[in-house]
Design a protein around this ligand. Structure first.
Ligand SMILES: [Fe+2]
Length: 262
C-alpha cells in the first residue's frame, strides 16, 4: 500500500519539529519504509513573526529537504501550516506562505489550546481565505473541540468549501480519549477527508508512519474509505482536483463500542 502524507514538520530546524538534517533523513527513510512515497513539508508559519527574510530562509531549507527526500525515493512537496491568529491575513496578502504544491489548497490551523466550543466567530477567518481563492485544509479538526464535538459546525465548514484533516495520533488514541472520540465521530459522520501524520519526531508518538492508522481504518470502515483517507484525497489535493466524501456506513458504531459502553 502507498500513502500520501500532507502534514509534516520534517524540514529541519525551522519550527518545533525535527531539529537536524540527520534526523530529517531518518524521518524520510522511515516514511519510505512505511509506504509513504509522497509527502508535503508543512512547517509552522506564524503570522506576525515572519518577514520576507524568514520566508526566504525557510524556503531554502525546504528546497534542500525536497532534494534530500529524492535521495531516498520520496517525492516531497512544499507547503506550510498557517496559524490563524490575528495577523494571518497580512501574511496571506504578502504571499509569505506556501500552499500545498502550489495549488489552491492551504493547510491552516487554529490554536489547539482554545476550545472551539467557546469561539463562535472563527468562520470569518476561513471565509477570508476562500474569497481570496484558497481552499482551507483545516488541520487536526478533532483537537479543537474540548467539550463537545460539534458535528454541525464541521458540516458548515465543509459546506463553505473547506477540507477536514485528522491526525494519525488522534485516531490511534495517542492524544487522549476525548480527541480519539472526536476523530472517530468525524470519520463515522463522513466529515474527514484526509488522514496525516503531523510528524514532529523520529521516535515516540509523532512519527512519520501511516500504516497503523490505515490498518485501523481498513478494519473498522473498509478498504475503500481507508484508501480515500490515506491516499485518494491527498492525491486529489496535490493535483488540484476536488476531494471526495467518504462512504462510511456505520452498523455497529466504533464510537459507541469504545466510548459508550456501560
Ligand atoms: Fe502541524
Amino acid at each position: 500500500m502507498t500513502y500520501i502524507d500532507l502534514h509534516t514538520h520534517i524540514t529541519w530546524n525551522v519550527d518545533d519539529g525535527i531539529e537536524t538534517k540527520e534526523d530529517s533523513l531518518k524521518a524520510l527513510e522511515m516514511a519510505k519504509k512505511d509506504g509513504i512515497d509522497s509527502l508535503a513539508l508543512t512547517p509552522h508559519f506564524i503570522p506576525g513573526r515572519f518577514k520576507q527574510d524568514d520566508y526566504d530562509e525557510i524556503t531554502e531549507v525546504m528546497q534542500e529537504c525536497v532534494d534530500l527526500a529524492k535521495t531516498v525515493g520520496v517525492q516531497a512537496y512544499m507547503g506550510s501550516e498557517l496559524f490563524l491568529n490575528e495577523d494571518y491575513l497580512d501574511m496571506v496578502d504578502q504571499h509569505l506562505f506556501h500552499s500545498i504544491n502550489q495549488t489552491k489548497y492551504l493547510l491552516v490551523e487554529y490554536d489547539v489550546r482554545k476550545d472551539m466550543n467557546q469561539n463562535d466567530s472563527e468562520e470569518d477567518k476561513l471565509y477570508e481565505l476562500i474569497i481570496r481563492g484558497y481552499i482551507p485544509v483545516i488541520a487536526h479538526v478533532e483537537r479543537y473541540f474540548h467539550s463537545k464535538m460539534d458535528i454541525s459546525r464541521v458540516k458548515e465548514w465543509i459546506e463553505m468549501g473547506c477540507v477536514i484533516q485528522v491526525n494519525r495520533t488522534s485516531l490511534l488514541g495517542l492524544n487522549g480519549k476525548k480527541v480519539k472520540e472526536n476523530a472517530i465521530q468525524l470519520i463515522e459522520n463522513n466529515l474527514a477527508h484526509v488522514l496525516s501524520t503531523d510528524t514532529h519526531r523520529i521516535e515516540g508518538n509523532r512519527i512519520c508512519r501511516m500504516s497503523d492508522a490505515y490498518e485501523f481504518l481498513k478494519e473498522n470502515y473498509g478498504k475503500k474509505n481507508a484508501d480515500l483517507l490515506c491516499f485518494g484525497n491527498a492525491n486529489h489535493i496535490l493535483n488540484s482536483e476536488d476531494v471526495e466524501k467518504s462512504e462510511v456506513v456505520v452498523q455497529k458504531s466504533l464510537f459507541s463500542r469504545l466510548f459508550k459502553r456501560r
